[in-house]
Design a protein around this ligand. Sequence first.
Ligand SMILES: [Zn+2]
Length: 353
Amino acid sequence: MTKQKCVFFGSDIFRNSLYGDNHPLNIARVWPAIDICTAEGWLEAADYQEIAPASIERLSKFHSADYVAALWQAQTDQTLPDELKDKFQIGRASNPIFKEVYSRPATAANASYLGAKYLAEGRADIVYNPSGGTHHGMRGFANGFCFVNDPAIALETLSHHTCDAISYIDIDAHHCDGVQTWHADNQQIQIISLHQAGLWPRTGQEGDKGGGNAHNFLLQEDAGDYELLSLMEQRVMPLIEAHQPSFIILQAGADGHRDDPQSRLNYTLQGYWRAASHVLGLSKPTMVLGGGGYNPYITAKAWAGLWALITNRDPYDLGLSDASVQLLTRLSWHHRLGRNPQESWFTQLGDIV
Ligand SMILES: [Zn+2]
């Protein structure tokens, strides 16, 4: 068997850019995942791609041009007139104006756009963009911490390239309302979401088929690895196999973890990786994205372990080097759960089960 070509997309912008005080995303997630992979020797320089932000022109091919212009204006002026804030939900609700409010999401979007091109052109078998997975973004407004919708952009890019079937699987704790809305009329794309019942945005109810191409599965509060993996094995995998996709996108939000403050799901890291490995096991050209994840220790390890899995390493048996332990120890988290972090969060890769 020839070695799969796997590409990790990242950017230094994620080292410096934060969402602002008191926002749940005001935590380090992407760069610790990259640095753990490097420290552990899992990430070779040849497999890493530094990505620049998508231009206004490129982003406007997918999002409404007036929205993209407003996002750029919000970055340059660091404010917006009230009517534009209301219209585009920038600087409103959970979508704050911060220093790189255009450049940071535009980088994640560009990575998913380029990742889709890599897959479509056969330049990679698996592309990994942990900065992506912003599945709530709408074409014409920001929504739920998401200024762009990079999974929708990746799906649209693949859909323009091929008439073959495409499957999108989303294991984030929240429903992928933006992706479902964006692609409601494209039957080429199958949209499968597993999410917590009753959680914001409260769309994606059981039986909600979107435009006919969506499959929504609800997990009740406290659902753990057993419930997640039973759903994956009994419902999700047969659906994917029936759709016969030539390309797969996996949104691997880690906010269903038992130590994540934004959901009441109860997965372990091991369960999360097993769910992802079911999809990777199909051995199709696949894009793997991040998404939610609001405990910085857990999210960094979830996404580092995902890259281990992608590159055929076994995260279940892997430990952490001193360098990674020190890196995790130095992370800070102002959430009340972060005041007394559990020792296992920074001393081992997987969870104590
Ligand atoms: Zn989420």
